[in-house]
Ligand binder design. Sequence first.
Ligand code: 5GP
Length: 112
Amino acid sequence: MNTIFDKILNKEIPADIVYENQYALAFKDINPQAPVHILVIPKTRCKTLSELSLIDDDSQLGYLQGLAATISLLGLTSGYRVVFNAGTHGQQTVDYLHAHILGERQLKWPPG
Ligand code: 5GP
């Protein structure tokens, strides 16, 4: 499957990249839901967080390190939220694993 995130990863379409390591790519969401809204994807494709264990250990660890490094560099001192939407109930719209990092506004709980 060739999703929009495959195309961003392959530089077929542009994205505003904020962080990259060997295993992860972080870029701004095109339709931000908070003043800071960043997506972090693994460079080794998988579909959901529950499928992350199917890729090799270095790719799993490198992705999670990339996610943590992205959060760190954003400097969200008042807090933030990380969301992984998955499947139909999770309202996932792009079938390529991605973490949403949301920050710089007061978020509510429970989510809708
Ligand atoms: P999901 O609903 O699957 O959890 O999140 C997909 C996210 O991808 C949405 O927040 C949407 O705004 C974002 N998105 C969709 N297409 C593009 C695109 O072409 N570029 C960027 N940067 N984000 C996109």
